[in-house]
Design a protein around this ligand. Structure first.
Ligand code: URA
Length: 434
């Protein structure tokens, strides 16, 4: 079938044949299916969904759009983690060196900011010199020699997702279970892993706002992993408020390094430990989650986790001195505070609203070709459940360009809810699925 006929068939609720799906994705990767045709197809999938046969074919075609890396020359069980995306989600920045310091080889192919969520690559690139565009031969060498390498999709690895991810970001087709599941699993299965831990975010700042959708997404990805012979474990974790207190690329690097030194907000530390502990068990470096957590505490205490991060930064061309001296990271020129309009408590945070405010400030992209400002972002001085006094700062905005400032402050104020009593605390880890 022609691209036009396939788009029309999906738009009208039809089922696509695996061979047609493969041809469509191959043609998109090669550039003969245009972006606007793929955008129309994604919107049709958004409304019509895909059954498991279509999804399996779509994910496999994306995976096989490029090279499937072979890391068999690295001994041990190679384990990665992937998040479905959130606000202030800097887990990968601390988890990768933690797991690598405990002896788990971590091959990690990450993404850029998507929609209202931040991206690991953008955060890493705020470290001066850090290169996420390494050739696959170098990636293989670093996983073998350093136990970790953090790169973006290359022209060789899952190129269909590289194009599609950027296209979905600007066509409102991100929050769609089959498209998220195939995007994540195609690049993860291409990177040479043996096992995978998924952080499926749920709440107002996640693509999945409801537990049942997050569970379906987790099960869909676990199913795709099983089809390809990989063990996948998922944690459903809270994204009803930003993770930690920093939002914005360089600011999040600082909070991640603080975590490796044992000095970071509790929610961020707890979720990172829970996910990394799963990696240690899958990677056979610990028999139980408790034993894994003990090992993690040890590599934080004895400094080997932060040393591992510096080593990763150094071998990927970055300046490791920035890990000790934060003034070497990009710095915003000015700050401005958003203040509480009343006495009381923060009763909730529309986290997607905070993410969109970060995009408006320049920390994320409004168009695929936008340049982000690595220095800008927010410090959340108050989070859900915390008491506030009228006029007290709740969010500090770190900015360079004053033009969007008033709009950003208004968005942040609108995202914060205030009331008379603190709401009941919700569990950080909602569920474990395997
Ligand atoms: N993360 C991805 O890699 N892809 C998506 O579609 C969403 C989150």
């Amino acid at each position: 079938m022609q691209p036009y006929e396939l788009i029309k068939a999906k738009r009208d609720g039809g089922r696509l044949e695996p061979a047609d799906i493969r041809a469509f994705i191959e043609a998109y990767t090669a550039g003969t299916v245009a972006d606007y045709q793929m955008a129309a197809m994604c919107m049709a999938i958004f409304f019509r969904g895909m059954d498991s046969r279509e999804l399996g074919a779509w994910a496999r075609a994306m995976l096989e759009s490029g090279e499937v890396l072979d890391l068999s020359d690295t001994p041990g069980v190679k384990v990665d983690k992937h998040s479905t995306g959130g606000v202030g989600d800097k887990v990968s920045l601390s988890l990768a060196p933690l797991a690598a310091a405990c002896g788990v080889p971590v091959p990690m192919i990450s993404g850029r900011g998507l929609g209202h969520t931040g991206g690991t690559l953008d955060k890493l690139e705020s470290i001066p010199g850090f290169n996420v565009n390494l050739p696959t031969s170098e990636y293989r060498r670093l996983v073998r020699e350093v136990n970790c390498c953090l790169i973006g999709q290359t022209a060789q690895v899952a190129p269909a997702d590289k194009k599609l991810y950027a296209l979905r970001d600007v066509t409102a087709t991100v929050d769609c279970i089959p498209l998220i599941a195939s995007s994540i699993m195609s690049k993860k299965l291409a990177e040479g892993i043996d096992a995978l831990v998924l952080d499926v975010k749920v709440g107002s700042g996640a693509f999945m706002k409801r537990d049942e959708d997050a569970r379906t997404l987790a099960k869909t990805m676990i199913g795709l992993g099983a089809e390809m012979g990989k063990k996948v474990v998922a944690l459903l974790t809270d994204m009803d408020q930003p993770l930690g207190r920093k939002v914005g690329n360089a600011l999040e690097v600082i909070e991640a390094v603080d975590m490796l030194r044992g000095d970071a907000p509790e929610d961020y530390t707890e979720i990172t430990y829970a996910l990394t502990a799963e990696m240690l068990v899958l990677g056979k470096k610990a028999a139980t989650i408790d034993e894994a957590r003990e090992k993690l505490r040890k590599v934080v205490e004895d400094g080997s986790a932060v040393r591992k991060l510096k080593e990763i930064v150094q071998v990927q061309g970055g300046d490791p001195r920035a890990i000790d001296d934060y003034s070497l990271l990009p710095q915003a020129k000015a700050t401005a505070d958003v203040v509480a309009p009343r006495d009381g408590f923060v009763t909730g945070i529309d986290t997607e609203g905070v993410g969109l405010a970060a995009v408006a400030l320049g920390a994320g992209r409004q168009r695929t070709d936008s340049k982000i400002d690595p220095a800008v972002g927010f410090t959340l001085l108050k989070k859900t459940g915390e008491p506030v006094k009228q006029g007290e700062p709740v969010v500090r905005v770190h900015y360079n360009d004053a033009a969007p400032l008033e709009n950003v402050k208004a968005r942040l104020l609108a995202a914060y809810q205030f009331g008379d009593a603190a709401p009941a605390a919700r569990p950080l880890i909602r569920e474990r699925v395997e």
